[in-house]
Design a protein around this ligand. Structure first.
Ligand code: ADP
Ligand code: MG
Length: 258
């Protein structure tokens, strides 16, 4: 079974330390939710996991199956089975969603087997249609330019479609719920649940509890001041929904009086 471990992670952005000793262990098949006030470093964590050069790891390690991934490029991390659904996906005019996905899938296959000739167009279309049906997406979507003119909800669905095709070992969903209406939220969540039930370990990053009405996390963690402040089960997300983050701020202030 695959394990993603984040150990005593310190991450600085523009010379400011954002994560200050972050620890988390995710087993394949588990769903973890990471919640926290805006600006606490949730996206910083997701970028650090993917190896974004602006997010400097000054201490600690990220291990996939016991091996550090810090020396790997973003590409290599993706090929090793780590997937990040962006909070703000970029548009690529001139590249259709279907083409983009086929290139991504073939790159993944070639990383596993350098002799791989790539999936045939016919097979790919079948595979894509199946995954689109799972996410209740119009097949015509595949012919549109990647994220160009996509609504917020369509962008998020395209990210989840990519995840469904690549079947990563670990997926980080950074605020995938933002910009989704209730129907899209339910459909996207069902897609995530289908994958989570299989082999993927998932880290759902969210500010709000509402996505967790549809995706049942095994564990919920609260990020505050660069560390996990508290971990619990799904009830912790409900507590945050009812009480907001004020109690976290107060408890943190009580622990570290100025
Ligand atoms: P969250 O996702 O929890 O809202 P972020 O990880 O986006 O938080 O941001 C954490 C902190 O890091 C914020 O103070 C933010 O301003 C800062 N930060 C994030 N990315 C950058 C960047 N590229 N350049 C400068 N500061 C950044
Ligand atoms: Mg964020």
């Amino acid at each position: 079974m695959a394990v993603l471990e984040i150990k005593n992670l310190h991450v600085s952005v523009a010379d400011k330390e954002i994560l200050k000793g972050f620890n988390l262990r995710i087993n394949q098949g588990e769903v973890h939710a990471l919640m926290g006030p805006n600006g606490t470093g949730k996206s910083t964590l997701s970028y650090a996991i993917m190896g974004h050069p602006r997010y400097q790891i000054t201490q600690g390690d990220i291990l996939l199956d016991g091996k550090s991934i810090l020396g790997l490029s973003t590409d290599e991390r993706a090929h090793a089975g780590i997937f990040l659904a962006f909070q703000y996906p970029v548009a690529i005019p001139g590249v259709t969603l279907a083409n983009f996905l086929r290139v991504a899938l073939n790159a993944r296959r070639r990383a596993e087997d350098p002799e791989d000739k790539g999936i045939s167009i016919v097979k790919f279309r079948q595979l894509l249609k199946g995954k689109m049906d799972l996410l209740k997406m119009d097949h015509a979507f595949g012919g549109r330019y990647l994220n160009e003119g996509f609504s917020g909800g369509e962008k998020k669905r395209a990210e989840i479609l990519q995840m469904a095709l690549l079947e990563p070992k670990f997926a980080v969903l950074d605020e995938t719920d933002s910009g989704l209406d209730i129907d899209a939220l339910r459909i996207v969540s069902e897609g995530v649940n289908t994958l989570a039930g299989k082999e993927t370990g998932i880290l759902v990053i969210t500010h709000y509890q509402r996505m967790l009405n549809y995706i049942k996390p095994d564990f919920v963690h609260v990020l505050y001041d660069g560390r996990i402040f508290e971990s619990g089960k799904a009830e912790l997300a409900l507590k945050l929904e009812e009480q907001g983050y004020d109690w976290v701020r107060e408890a943190a202030a009580a622990q570290n009086p100025v």
